[in-house]
Ligand binder design. Structure first.
Ligand SMILES: Nc1ncnc2c1ncn2[C@@H]1O[C@H](COP(=O)(O)OP(=O)(O)OP(=O)(O)O)[C@@H](O)[C@H]1O
Length: 261
């Protein structure tokens, strides 16, 4: 049975999509069967895999969730795009925003994504969900459907502060809706090792949360190569195979695999 990991943080721009993509492709490079789910109406994960006009895609996560709400049949592989880097993608676009509003009147609305993901678990080793930057119903759906949460945190003061709210939401979901949910770990992203500030933040996160939540040993360095890779619709391994970000995501992949043992 596949493992489901939500990549979540309500703060925008902390490298959720970048991490989902490069951890996902990293796992695929280790021979794992991987499904990436874009659960953000901005469609950044979808776009950074080269599907540059997400709003033109006909079948997305919103379509699938709407089918579940309407109790309609979902064909095998419906909406799934097969990327050349050996990962599958269920894309997202702006329709997901409209769906989130519609869902306010739906019975058991927190369980819609879980219903879909549970049917996909037997087909994949890993299912990674790129959450949107909010703690609304779509993120709750992702947390309910997941086994663990990976929390990317940009090495800066404010995002570190916002973590408490996310941790509280995860605890509530665990208590009321998904008892087996755990926090996989905090991943420090966009770390600029040239500055002492970044090092201070890293040690501060370790001091504040290290006793309660595990923090990935590997951190992701800041590099302009990341934006270049997503503009090309490729993973960092393809765009800059010997660069520091590529190595960092490869090491993170190993750490995630080690955690399974
Ligand atoms: N290690 C890095 N070094 C430099 N830039 C990075 C790095 N990781 C991500 N970025 C850039 O930061 C921006 C935000 O990244 P990304 O889209 O992955 O974040 P996000 O948390 O998914 O954003 P949102 O909350 O808007 O969905 C992008 O422009 C991306 O190219």
């Amino acid at each position: 049975m596949g493992k489901v990991i939500s990549v979540a943080n309500q703060k925008g721009g902390v490298a959720k999509s970048t991490t989902t993509l490069n951890l996902g492709v990293g796992l695929a490079r280790q021979g794992k069967k991987v499904l990436l789910i874009d659960a953000d109406p901005q469609g950044s994960l979808t776009a950074s895999l080269g599907y540059v006009e997400p709003d033109d895609i006909g079948t997305t996560l919103a379509t699938i969730m709407m089918n579940i709400i309407n109790d309609e049949e979902i064909a095998e592989d419906e909406g799934i795009l097969h990327h050349e880097e050996q990962v599958d993608l269920l894309p997202a676009n702006i329709e997901l925003s409209a769906l989130e509003v519609t869902m306010s009147n739906v019975m058991s609305r927190e369980l819609i994504m879980k219903e879909y993901i549970d049917t996909m678990r037997s087909r994949y080793d890993y299912i990674l969900i790129d959450c949107m930057p909010s703690l609304g119903m779509m993120t709750i759906n992702a947390l309910v459907a997941s086994d663990t949460v990976l929390i990317p945190v940009q090495a800066a003061y404010l995002p570190v502060k916002g973590l408490q709210q996310l941790i509280r939401t995860i605890s509530m979901v665990k208590k009321r809706l998904n008892r087996k949910l755990t926090i996989h770990g905090i991943l420090l992203t966009m770390v600029d090792f040239r500055t002492n500030y970044a090092k201070d933040i890293a040690s501060r996160v370790r001091e504040t949360y290290g006793s309660k939540i595990s923090i990935f040993e590997n951190v992701i360095p800041l590099s302009v190569k990341v934006a270049e890779a997503s503009a090309e619709g490729k993973s960092i391994y393809c765009h800059c195979p010997n660069g520091k970000v590529s190595m960092a995501y490869e090491n993170l992949t190993q750490e995630v695999l080690e955690n399974e043992k």
